[in-house]
Design a binder for this molecule. Structure first.
Ligand SMILES: [Zn+2]
Length: 168
């Protein structure tokens, strides 16, 4: 399959970290939150941080997995270091999370489920009325590049969403 326009090649390590993020999205559901997870890997590919969605349990509408992860990352690392890191997320970052990633200095994003697929899954669900704004469009308006890889493993990433938005 040819690479998507604007998408860089992924590695076996990328898929490993992305599967970890997808696994966390399932764990978030088991805890009573929404099915989203994210992890951060260092320049050498080692796992640094992990986060899950906490919108329900924290009663925080900004508690998306990526935003939670960015908060942890900024407390632990400098923007200079974060430029060499990769954020893996089970679903494409929304506009808020893409903004948080931009402000953090994180240099690369790998995502599973594309936002358009998530929008089809959630519909207009009041708890998650998904936006229709690809993260590449958000990053394109910034003053520094953020490399984006995805969608990858979209079917696996959709797994924890099965029935979630229709049975609430
Ligand atoms: Zn988000």
């Amino acid at each position: 399959m040819p690479a998507l326009a604007g998408s860089s090649p992924s590695t076996a390590r990328d898929l490993e970290h992305l599967r970890h993020a997808i696994d966390l999205s399932g764990r978030a559901v088991a805890r009573g939150d929404h099915p989203f997870g994210a992890v951060l890997a260092g320049p050498d590919g080692t796992l640094l941080l992990a986060a899950e969605n906490t919108v329900v349990t924290d009663r925080d509408c900004t508690g998306h997995a990526e935003t939670n992860l960015v908060r942890l990352a900024c407390r632990a690392h400098t923007p200079e270091f974060l430029r060499g890191t990769t954020l893996y997320t089970s679903a494409e970052p929304c506009a808020m999370c893409a903004g948080a990633i931009y402000w953090s200095g994180i240099g690369r994003v790998v995502f599973g489920l594309p936002e358009a697929d998530l929008l089809r899954l959630t519909g207009s669900h009041p708890d998650n009325p998904t936006m229709a704004l690809p993260c590449r469009e958000v990053f394109a308006r910034g003053q520094r590049p953020v490399e984006v890889v995805g969608p990858l493993l979209a079917e696996e990433a959709a797994g924890p969403h099965a029935g979630f938005w229709t049975e609430q």
